[in-house]
Design a binder for this molecule. Sequence first.
Ligand SMILES: Cc1cc2nc3c(=O)[nH]c(=O)nc-3n(C[C@H](O)[C@H](O)[C@H](O)COP(=O)(O)OP(=O)(O)OC[C@H]3O[C@@H](n4cnc5c(N)ncnc54)[C@H](O)[C@@H]3O)c2cc1C
Length: 505
Amino acid sequence: MIKYDTVIIGSGMGGLCCAYILAKEGKRVCVLEKNRQIGGSLQIYSRDKTIFETGVHYLGGLDEGQNLNAYFNYFGLMKELKLQKLDQNGYDLISFKDDKQVYPHAQGYENFIDQLAQIFPNERANLKLYIEKIKEVCDSFPLYNLSAEKKDITAAWHLQIDSKSVINSIFKDPKLQQVIGGSNMLYAGLEDKTPFYVHALVVDSYIQSSYRCIDGSSQIAKILSTNIKKLGGEILNYSEAKTFYFNGSEIESVELTNGERIEGNTFISGIDISKTLDMVEGSHIRTAYRNRINSLENSVSSFLVNVVVKPESMPHYNHNIYHCMAPDIWTGGNYTEKTWPETIGLFTTTSSKNPDFTENFTALAYMRYEECAKWENTKSIIPNNINYRGEDYEAFKIEKAEKILDVLEMRLPGTRSKIKSYTTASPITYRDYIGSRDGSLYGIIKDYTDPLKSFITPRTKISNLFLTGQNLNLHGIMGVTVSSVVTCSDVLGNPNLIEKIKNPS
Ligand SMILES: Cc1cc2nc3c(=O)[nH]c(=O)nc-3n(C[C@H](O)[C@H](O)[C@H](O)COP(=O)(O)OP(=O)(O)OC[C@H]3O[C@@H](n4cnc5c(N)ncnc54)[C@H](O)[C@@H]3O)c2cc1C
């Protein structure tokens, strides 16, 4: 039986990046993926011959000289990715109920200020101050800036204050306060929780530059997979990891649901952390550590309506829309049945076959897992495990989809007449596809009131088990890419990976 240097569980962006880094460092790696399709949230799916994203609608920092561009260059992605730059003067358009004005988030720091200052001329100086604060926060994260410098930021101010408070302290105009937080669905922002650094890192990346993957972001997973295999790595789909087996205090192998065992010297888990701990039987992990991890709250889940539009009925939308129905943009996750959906994110795709028109769009609203708890004992993963969840579930989905479409009709009149067909995805759809506990959008919630509690390190209490993925530092493609470098630095014993990433051979 082969004994790998490193066995990686989960082929999401985090798992694939780790596999690439370690394979490039000469390690024999094997990635285990439970689904047919690799990529986790990079998966795509097709409806009426059009391609929908599962979870990566746009990427930031991809212009020449920017951070994600440098990382992607190292991973061999930049020269192959088919990308569409979103509208320079408004990659995100923020709008509100009963307000006809649409507010842009523009690319480029100066342009971001200029576009909003046209609408809020008295706030130009505050817009400048806001951008300075964002840059200050981002500068304190070395890996975000591809620097190997060691900085202790555990006492930094931006960990200990919430995003809404900082934004509201900078801007006088209540509408601009809302506009600045308007895309907070990108990090499931909550008024009493989300630290300012989360807002800053996510927003900064998109202000630098915003791109969408033409024909879907699964190309990222495909290119990475090809490059990993070229370096001698293996990726096994239909391989769901179930239980770790130990030799003394170290893991020796992982057993799959089909009974096969895969041996390795080190193991990296890129899946939901509590699910990782479920794979450790007995006393190898102390109850206190298990309890701490299991007590961490996950971010809210989502409900999506995936709409195929009639051919050539809708122009190509080269931006995303965030539309807020509630008086406050920071309350979206705390909706009631009556107020749902409080915020909707609308994301379109770019098709190489039909670049001048929108073939489809996804409308996303927050939804708590409990709403689907009734059907939690059903499971549905195409093509292996399709389980009809029942008529009441179908009715539930239609009711929710129609509510979202009603809101969209107000925001974009005429949308309904352009619909060819639609399907939906709920928290349990995400739970089943991504394998998380509760279909959470972005994993563990970061909380400014106790910032260190949600800080997960790649090292675990088991010396040869490491963690990676969106639960570590930050979610999103940028966050997960950076986390893979942190994880691999620990696995390899701190080689200067950043220098290698900056100067790839
Ligand atoms: C709806 C939505 C929209 C988003 N939009 C954006 C966006 O526009 N831009 C952006 O940058 N980020 C976005 N994100 C966030 C981003 O997609 C994620 O943070 C990131 O892709 C997570 O990567 P990951 O490697 O941590 O895990 P995942 O992508 O969750 O991958 C985990 C993988 O592990 C597999 N797995 C689980 N259990 C097992 C097991 N037992 N054995 C084997 N395999 C297993 C899963 O099948 C999956 O493939 C979005 C997320 C969602 C859900």
